[in-house]
Write a protein that binds this ligand. Structure first.
Ligand SMILES: [Zn+2]
Ligand SMILES: [Zn+2]
Length: 382
């Protein structure tokens, strides 16, 4: 399933401000709201699509990642586990920020009993995962042990002892909201806020579960297996939806955020999707030519170095770099040739070299292209 560009979904430019994003999302949310489009699957999809786009773009960290990596940076390329989209409850639970205290439902669409009740949300968990270049090149499944809040088994997360000992909150009559009329200079204003007695849940537990003291969650450990797509890089963050902390009393789980870290390779240096390797050959080898073994991520490859190769030359082994995280091909392995100058030679070697010193063919005779070669390589390995 290919996703539409988030900016396109909201109909804003890439440079849209926070206020513009909010305004655009508000418009879409009202246009495609399920109350306004009953039994309309297409509207519901658009509603969800807009919510997802807003969820990402309204978060500066996520937005930056999206701008840089596209949908793949959101974990979409993982082929399982990542980016499962948003469900309706998620979306409604965020509406308070957009429409302010549930007034959207009260005023705009009448009734609103369903969604103004607050849904508990578990907090997100963040873990770091260190990967070798080989794991990054191939993609990897990692099993991570995470300490977190999980649903209480005794009460199935409800927090109530026998699973049904609830009573409707008498303060808010189950709506989760209390409304107040205030007299202001602009006239009477109605404000609604979360019910303090039941924390917006609309119900109270009469008989609390003893295992979790009525919270519906307990501290535990879980082994979570995650599929990390090939081509990720240091600093990228993937999110596994619903694998964070469980919420109090059967709410929505938080997400598990995975921060990618790269282990240093002993010989290869990463430069985006390319890999760099510094090769050192001897002076005789540079003159006479040789065959060398170059390490790649998978194995070693044999490379022929022609006689008369100048130091500084860069060989490009196509496709021997890292795969692009968005699936756009593979980088190369760049091999920079260095000629090793010995700083200690024997008497006999010295004699040979002294003969060569005055030899005509050993006098530097660079071509004009070679003279300006510095231009090309100055940024390499710095
Ligand atoms: Zn319990
Ligand atoms: Zn209440």
């Amino acid at each position: 399933m290919s996703k539409r560009d988030y900016y396109e979904v909201l109909g804003v430019s890439k440079s849209a401000s926070e206020a513009e994003l909010k305004k655009a999302y508000r418009k879409k949310a009202i246009q495609f709201h399920p109350d306004k489009n009953p039994d309309n699957k297409e509207a519901e999809e658009k509603f969800k699509e807009a919510a997802e786009a807003y969820e990402v773009l309204s978060n500066p960290e996520k937005r930056q990642r999206y701008d840089q990596f596209g949908h793949a940076g959101m974990g979409g390329a993982a082929g399982g586990g990542f980016g499962g989209g948003m469900n309706m409850e998620d979306i409604f639970s965020h509406f308070g920020d957009i429409f302010g205290g549930g007034s959207f439902f009260g005023g705009g669409f009448g009734g609103g009993g369903r969604s103004s009740r607050r849904v508990n949300r578990g907090s997100n968990l963040r873990v770091k995962v260190k990967l070798t270049l080989k794991e990054i090149a191939e993609g990897v499944e990692k099993k991570i042990k995470v300490k977190k809040y999980v649903e209480c088994n005794s009460c199935n997360g409800s927090g109530a002892k026998d699973g049904s000992s609830f009573s409707t909150c008498s303060t808010c009559n189950g709506s989760g909201q209390v409304t107040r009329i205030q007299n202001t200079i602009l006239g009477q204003m109605q404000t609604s806020s979360t019910c303090p007695s039941c924390n917006g849940e609309g119900k109270m537990i009469t008989n609390k579960c003893t295992s979790c003291a009525g919270e519906g969650i307990v501290r535990d450990e879980e082994v979570i297996s995650i599929n990390i797509p090939a081509g990720v890089a240091e600093g990228m963050q993937l999110s596994v939806s619903g694998k964070g902390n469980a919420a109090r009393r059967g709410g929505i789980n938080g997400d598990l955020l995975i921060l990618i870290q790269e282990e240093e390779h002993p010989e290869l240096v990463r430069d985006e999707n390319d890999l760099l390797y510094n090769l050192f050959i001897s002076i005789p080898d540079s003159i006479l030519g040789t065959a060398v073994e170059i390490p790649t991520i998978e194995n070693k490859v044999k490379v022929k170095i022609d006689g008369g190769t100048q130091p500084g030359k860069i060989l490009r082994l196509r496709g021997k770099g890292l795969p692009d995280v968005n699936g756009y091909g593979r980088g190369d392995l760049l091999v920079k040739i260095n000629v090793w100058v010995p700083n200690n030679v024997s008497k006999e070697e010295k004699k040979v070299l002294e003969k060569l010193q005055n030899s005509e063919s050993f006098k530097p005779q660079p071509t004009s292209q070679e003279k300006s070669f510095f231009k090309k390589v100055r940024n390499f390995f710095e």
